[in-house]
Design a protein around this ligand. Structure first.
Ligand code: 5GP
Length: 247
């Protein structure tokens, strides 16, 4: 456990955010808690926090290498990330390459239908209102962000999608869909925050379409942590696995 952590700033469904001695930096602790169905389904799964921290850190590093600004600074423990402080924007930016989940429940898409160009969707990150889907007019009327910021978020999301699809496909994973959260840094730049992990993405095997993500938990099946572990073994290098003691 890192001794850099000061007071707890915020606690979410699966992560805690701590202050550090530097106001520009926070520590994000990935917990083993898992929730689904609007908080109606909960559990605690040993090692899930570690796996999500390792996967998020790796994917943020890949994105930084491709010029995407992220909150990530470094991993300081297996499940603790040192990150830039951000003023978070209450949007869940969802990008879909293949129709699945709520999209096929709510609209007449075929399950597993390819979506080209990808669909970008904005949900309001608001538990009280159960994360309703937004459009540009509602976002502007609620003064969540201005049009220029929204357009930039769309562009950055498409770049992220391209980088991650390519990276994951080389590692036998299809990026079906994912959810991003952005914030502003102290200079007002738009920065990718939160996490990119099997909790926030749908990841399928390119051949068999077997899923390695939170849908296993949503469906009440076993093997959630094994699936997350599998993703770790696919995305980390051998050196990184050695460094973080991943079997
Ligand atoms: P869907 O709208 O099909 O439920 O989700 C689309 C994608 O966004 C999935 O990869 C899902 O994991 C992610 N997603 C959407 N909303 C949330 C959310 O509130 N929390 C998390 N962790 N992921 C979400």
């Amino acid at each position: 456990m890192s001794d850099m952590k000061k007071e707890l700033l915020y606690t979410g469904k699966a992560k805690d955010v701590y202050k550090t001695e530097n106001d520009d930096e926070v520590i994000i602790k990935f917990r083993d808690d898992i929730t689904a169905l609007d908080g109606g389904k909960k559990d605690t799964l040993s090692k899930k926090g570690i796996y999500n921290a390792l996967i998020s850190s790796k994917l943020f590093e890949i994105l930084e290498e491709q010029g995407v600004s992220t909150q990530y600074i470094k991993l300081i423990e297996q499940d603790e990330m040192l990150a830039k402080s951000l003023e978070m924007i209450p949007l869940e930016v969802i990008c879909r390459n293949i129709a699945a989940g709520s999209l096929v429940k709510k609209y007449p898409f075929q399950n597993k239908q390819e979506l080209n160009p990808p669909i970008i969707q904005f949900d309001y990150k608001n538990d009280e209102y159960h994360d309703p889907m937004l459009n540009d007019s509602i976002i502007l009327a609620l003064d969540i962000v201005n049009q220029e910021t929204l357009d930039k978020i769309r562009d950055i999301t498409l770049t992220i999608n391209k980088v991650l699809c390519d990276y994951l496909k080389e590692r036998t994973l299809l990026l079906v869909d994912f959810k991003l959260e952005f914030g502003f840094d102290k200079d007002g730049n738009i920065v990718l925050g939160d996490e990119i992990s099997p909790d926030t993405t749908r990841l399928w095997d390119v051949e068999t379409l077997e899923n390695f993500d939170k849908d296993i938990f949503r469906k009440g099946e076993s093997g959630v942590v094994d699936a997350y572990h599998k993703v770790v073994t696919l995305v980390l290098t051998e050196d990184e696995k050695d460094k973080w003691n991943v079997e």
